[in-house]
Design a binder for this molecule. Structure first.
Ligand code: PEP
Length: 251
């Protein structure tokens, strides 16, 4: 099945207003006319509106880096789906390993965020991935299965059609150490097979599974050539217009 590639840039806690607008404008320029793929940016909350404004009229999608399950209320430090949408966003990264590891978000909370995003019409990007210790202990597939099953609890087939999954081995994030194309393909194939046990096969076949973990201009082409890799979630290399533009123009 042909899946539309999705190239996503996660800016993490980088860029204040001026830098963000400049970078967004450059990415808007180099993504113009790319009609066979989707490009997405996840800026910090404080510049969501500005980035959306700069990219108005372009095809670049805007995501938040997390999202709450509630519409509004006493949730200090959180952002609601309605807030993301009103700032121009249409997607949300959920369960990033930095949220799991540094801020102790567990699969239960991540599941609530996924269900909340779907309920309010945001496209959730569910991040999963094993640590080095888990890989070395041969627990990779056990961890991925638990993250998928618990993260997607209660997500219907209709909901699954609106989901994106990102496989991001924790040991490859921000380390310059990329999973080999074989390691990445194997994990993606595992995730797709698992999804086909949980949902109809055509839904599992149509879900986009992104790879994340030190994606760079030098390795994007070989990663994107793998049959089950449908895109990339990019951190460090998304902070530089030249490298991210090369990544979104993968061949
Ligand atoms: C990420 O933040 O999701 C990520 C994959 O970062 P990096 O590309 O820097 O490894």
């Amino acid at each position: 099945m042909k899946r539309r590639p999705l190239l996503a840039g996660n800016w993490k806690m980088h860029n204040t207003v001026i830098d963000a607008c400049q970078l967004a404008a450059e990415i808007g320029k180099c993504s113009a006319g790319l009609s066979d793929r989707d490009v997405l940016l996840a800026p910090p909350y404080t510049v969501l509106s500005e980035v959306a404004h700069v990219l108005q009229g372009s095809e670049v999608l805007i995501a938040s880096q997390n999202v709450c399950w509630e519409e509004q209320g006493a949730f200090t430090g959180e952002i609601s789906p309605a807030m993301v949408k009103s700032a121009g966003g249409s997607a949300a990264i959920i369960g990033h390993s930095e949220r799991r590891q540094i801020f102790h978000e567990d699969n239960g909370m991540i599941n609530k965020r996924i269900l909340g995003a779907l309920a309010f019409g945001l496209l959730p990007i569910l991040c999963i991935g094993e640590t080095l210790e888990e890989r070395e202990g041969e627990k990779t597939y056990q961890v991925l299965e638990e993250q998928i099953r618990k993260g997607l609890a209660g997500v219907s087939s209709e909901g699954m059609k609106e989901m994106v999954v990102a496989y991001e081995p924790v040991w490859a994030i921000g380390t310059g150490k990329t999973a080999t194309k074989e390691q990445a393909q194997e994990a993606h194939a595992f995730v797709r097979k698992l999804l086909s046990e949980m949902y109809e096969k055509d839904i599992a076949d149509s879900v986009r599974i992104l790879y994340g973990g030190s994606v760079k201009p030098a390795n994007v082409d070989e990663l994107m050539a793998q049959i089950d890799i449908d895109g990339a979630l990019v951190g460090g290399a998304a902070l530089n217009a030249e490298s991210f533009c090369r990544i979104i123009n993968f061949t």
